[in-house]
Design a protein around this ligand. Structure first.
Ligand code: NAG
Length: 454
């Protein structure tokens, strides 16, 4: 595992040494090479690796693979805009993305909970730099502030809990602490206890009501920022909840009923809000909140099925939302606008890009054979066995999700071309490759979904 980490560190040398003409080609090539290398290593270990520093199991394995896979894709996606900037700024951008990649990868694989916490927080630094330095508009500073304050405030209880736990038990290795955690959870208010120490994760996911930083951050972030934010950073929260889940005993569900209600409300409210968005990026961000609240609900139900569902949902959503952001970005690069009404009518001009829109939209809608569908079925089934009423309410979400996905598809693809658009430069092979590499893992996972089941 240290080998993998040092392999990723080697990107820094490429950044320093590569001639500026071949910088992006070299970085992207090396990224793909490293992604394949790490993936084959993870598969060789069969998601079963443990030492005092690293822990790879069924929860962290798939998420680490997702992280590794998304890095070269972000490099592929951000070249066209970044190539216009001064070389030093390009190098700084790649360095910061690599730093972000390293912190997320280490957070997913660290075996010690304190190490996990440190990398979890450390990922905030490069994210903030990327958003505030390379964001498109002035409000990026505000977005960065929101991101920092929400995350830091949420993290305080977790840190206190981790320190207290370490001082009483002397260890923070999850495999060793599971039996201990359960005995410790028998406090007077298990629900409140759970909610407080999970606040950091609930903010990161984000749970409804704590999600205000997310649309801002997504709207202001450059493409690589959005992709990594939606693809892996939100999953850090889900990973944290699943990792510390043995604390939530089965009878605690009654005590966390309030959070469950907020999550269910959030699923519906954000899906409905999507129908009212005019800004393509903030719509995708809202749909992330909706999907992630399903993960919160699944984590609260706390059965093997719901955990599998949460896991599948996270992986599927990581691929789909990242692809959606890429699609939005290609339109943005052509029209310099995120307003959907200005992007409409491109189906006639770019039929192949229209196919990608359709494919990704179908994935987002969770059409049956896709992996998103598997995740939703698992979550809905466990929701049904918990409470049929809750199931019926959340089932409305399926309609809303379909509705807003169709809304995106219709408003970007159909209709007349806006009059002000005179020239649209064609899609490059690079962009088609980018979408292919996003959808391909989705199709492959249909064939072998048990890879990401818990
Ligand atoms: C991130 O970017 C800033 C400049 O915006 C640069 O000073 C810094 O060195 C970069 N960070 C890393 C880890 O390279």
């Amino acid at each position: 595992m240290l080998m993998i980490i040092s392999a990723w560190v080697s990107i820094f040398f490429t950044i320093l040494l590569a001639p500026s003409k071949h910088l992006w080609a070299l970085i992207t090539g090396q990224g793909f090479f490293l992604a394949f290398f790490s993936m084959s290593w993870f598969f060789l270990q069969d998601f079963n690796f443990f030492n005092s520093l690293f822990l790879i199991d069924n929860i962290s394995g798939p998420l680490s693979i997702l992280t590794c896979w998304l890095f070269p894709l972000t490099m592929l996606a951000s070249q066209s805009k970044l190539c216009l900037e001064p070389v030093n700024r390009q190098r700084a951008y790649i360095a910061n993305s690599t730093f972000l990649q390293l912190t997320t990868l280490l957070a997913f694989t660290a075996s010690d909970l304190m190490l996990f916490f440190i990398f979890f927080e450390a990922s905030l630094v490069p994210t903030m730099i990327i958003i505030t330095r390379w964001g498109a508009q002035e409000r990026r500073l505000e977005a960065g502030m929101y991101l920092a304050f929400y995350t830091m405030l949420g993290a305080i209880p977790l840190m206190i809990w981790l320190i207290k736990f370490y001082s009483t038990q002397g260890s923070l290795l999850p495999t060793l602490t599971h039996p201990l955690l359960i005995t410790q959870a028998a406090t007077n208010y298990p629900g409140l206890f759970w909610a407080t120490y999970n606040a950091a994760f609930l903010v990161k996911l984000p749970m409804y009501c704590l999600h205000l930083w997310l649309p801002k951050a997504h709207v202001e972030a450059p493409i690589a920022g959005s992709m990594i934010l939606a693809g892996t950073l939100l999953k850090l929260g889900g990973y944290g909840i699943l990792r510390t889940s043995p604390l939530l005993l089965e009878d605690t569900l009654n005590q966390t009923l309030l959070i469950m209600l907020v999550a269910i409300l959030g699923i519906l409210a954000t899906a409905l809000l999507c129908l009212r968005q005019t800004d393509l990026k903030s719509l995708i961000a809202m749909s992330s909140v909706s999907h992630m609240n399903l993960v919160v609900a699944a984590a609260l139900i706390c059965t093997p099925w719901s955990y599998s569902g949460a896991m599948v949902m996270m992986i599927a959503h990581g691929l789909t939302s990242s692809a959606l952001f890429c699609l939005a970005n290609t339109s943005y690069e052509r029209t310099n606008s995120r307003t959907m009404i200005l992007l409409r009518g491109t189906l006639l001009i770019f039929p192949l890009a229209g196919t990608w829109w359709l494919t990704v939209a179908l994935f987002n809608m969770a059409i049956p054979p896709t992996i998103n569908f598997a995740g939703e079925v698992l979550i809905m089934a466990s929701l049904f066995s918990w409470s049929p009423v809750a199931f019926l309410i959340v089932a409305l979400n399926l309609i809303f999700t379909t509705a807003y996905t169709l809304y995106v598809l219709w408003s970007t693809q159909r209709g007349p071309l806006p009059n002000h658009i005179k020239t649209l430069f064609p899609y490059q092979t690079r962009e088609h490759l980018l979408f292919l590499l996003h959808t391909l893992p989705g199709f492959l996972l249909i064939l072998k979904p048990d890879l990401i089941f818990l």
